[in-house]
Write a new protein. Structure first.
Length: 272
């Protein structure tokens, strides 16, 4: 057993290193492009290096920083709404049996099955009548379509293994509903909330079609700016914006890694 532990640790370290290498490799060309004046075949590396792309990307005229803040605000709002809706919905699906449960689960999964462009066009027609097009509110609401399935299904899986008797014990000991949620329910479902919220933020962060159709080009998020430079042939500026684009995801992953790798704490006693 003692001899197996170093081998197991070495294997995990190797697997982690390969995973990091797999994730980093596609980003290397983007990083090189962001500092290159030009990069032509068959040169392995660019001949000339410059900071012009980064200077422009970080300037006020590019609109990148403003779009970055807007994208963060939209994704944060979508994540908050996903948690508020997904936790009770996941509890209902995970804990209770009721007629039509399969249909409800299928409806939740439908946005991930139906092509996104079809969903966007149908929602766009409805949002025009409601006056939600060309607005941040409309973009936030439409981003709930692809994010809620992840949040609800993650929480349904968490609540499927959750024992509600602990809540009953806490209430019998005199705990209020708020105390029961804070000391009993929340510690048990917190890992699921973190995972679901991370998925919700990243899915919202990467939306392009939904933002373009509902925002009408007036709600300019970072993916829209990145796509415009990528399709115009400005690989240097697109590379700089792409490096900025991936930063929030890396920060979120770093902040949630401790929770994602930890085991869910079992509730052994109800504490009021």
């Amino acid at each position: 057993m003692l001899q197996g532990r170093p081998i197991s640790r070495a294997f995990r370290a190797l697997a982690l290193g390969l995973l990091i290498l797999w994730l980093v490799l596609p980003l290397i060309p983007l990083a090189i492009w962001s500092f290159a004046r030009g990069w032509r075949f068959p040169d392995i590396l660019p001949q000339d290096w410059t900071l012009q792309a980064w200077t422009y990307a970080l300037s006020d005229t590019s609109g990148v920083l403003g779009s970055l803040g807007l994208s963060i605000g939209i994704s944060a709002g979508v994540t908050l709404l996903s948690v508020l809706i997904g936790v009770p919905a996941g509890r209902a699906l995970g804990l209770y049996r009721f007629r039509g449960k399969g249909v409800v689960a299928l409806m939740i999964l439908a946005p991930t099955i139906v092509p996104g462009i079809a969903v966007a066009l149908g929602i766009h027609t409805v949002f025009i009548g409601l006056g939600l097009t060309n607005s941040v509110t409309g973009v936030i609401l439409v981003h709930l379509v692809p994010t809620l399935p992840y949040m609800v299904l993650v929480m349904a899986g968490i609540f499927a293994n959750y024992d509600p008797n602990h809540e009953a014990q806490a209430r019998c000991l005199g705990a209020t509903p708020l105390q029961t949620f804070r000391h009993v329910t929340l510690p048990a479902i917190l890992p699921g909330i973190i995972v679901g919220a991370m998925f919700a933020f990243l899915v919202s962060w990467s939306q392009y079609i939904l933002t373009l159709l509902i925002g009408g080009g007036r709600v300019v998020t970072l993916p829209l700016i990145l796509f415009s430079f990528a399709t115009s042939g400005r690989n240097d500026i697109a590379g700089a914006i792409a490096m900025i684009y991936i930063l929030p995801g890396l920060v979120i992953l770093a902040l949630t890694a401790r929770h994602l790798t930890g085991q869910n704490r079992a509730i052994t006693a109800a504490r009021p």
